[in-house]
Design a protein around this ligand. Structure first.
Ligand code: GRF
Length: 191
């Protein structure tokens, strides 16, 4: 029998504030999910200590220890499967998902991105938004496919760009909305 708690695997590369938002909402009972494993490609990611604080198993899978992307992603898939993960959440994971990850979790991988896609995919989305002069930006949760930030959009939150915004101020306001949007989408995803 399936539990009522959606088993999540969260892939990270860095800070982990979105992971923190997920873990906090699970702890308070707002999000009926369970983070079974946090996997990082970066052994120094602050997200790893955050996961440990919550007692979540962590696995570091460093690309440099593998001959190529296939074996690297096979190690990730093994770690996800060992923990019974049903939904993979990319939360600041700084790599493009490849065929092994996509093939093993088809339609079961989501990502959060700090712009209103399809505008400003890739790195430095907030800087791109400021450079372009858009008056509204925001964040997007989308399914992951082989195209960078290119999968079908699930949900978005708009954030106004203020005349005196810097990358730091705009990023902070978008990030606050990311922390609301990502747990909400996870809670709404049907198994
Ligand atoms: C977030 O802005 C997210 O949208 C992007 O990477 C950043 C990760 O931040 N994909 P954090 O590690 O969750 O704090």
């Amino acid at each position: 029998m399936k539990s009522d708690y959606l088993p999540l695997g969260v892939l990270v590369s860095g800070r982990g504030s979105n992971l923190g938002a997920i873990l906090a909402q699970i702890k308070t009972g707002q999000l009926p999910a369970r983070v079974c494993v946090v996997i990082s490609d970066n052994p120094l990611a602050p997200a790893l200590s955050l996961a440990a604080e919550y007692g979540v198993p962590v696995v570091v899978v460093e690309p440099k220890n593998f001959v190529g992307k296939i074996t690297y992603e096979e190690a990730i898939v093994t770690a996800l499967r060992e923990q019974g993960v049903e939904l993979v959440v990319l939360a600041g994971y700084m790599r493009l998902a490849g065929s092994i990850l996509l093939g093993n979790f088809t339609g079961k991988i989501i990502n959060i991105h700090p712009s209103l896609l399809p505008s400003f995919p890739g790195l430095d989305a907030q800087q791109q938004a400021l450079d372009y002069g858009v008056k509204i930006s925001g964040c997007t949760v989308h399914y992951v496919n082989e195209i960078m930030d290119g999968g079908r959009i699930i949900a978005q939150t708009a954030v106004e760009v203020l005349p005196d915004d810097t990358v730091a101020t705009l990023s902070a306001r978008i990030l606050a909305q990311e922390h609301v949007l990502l747990p909400r989408v996870i809670a709404e995803i049907q198994r």
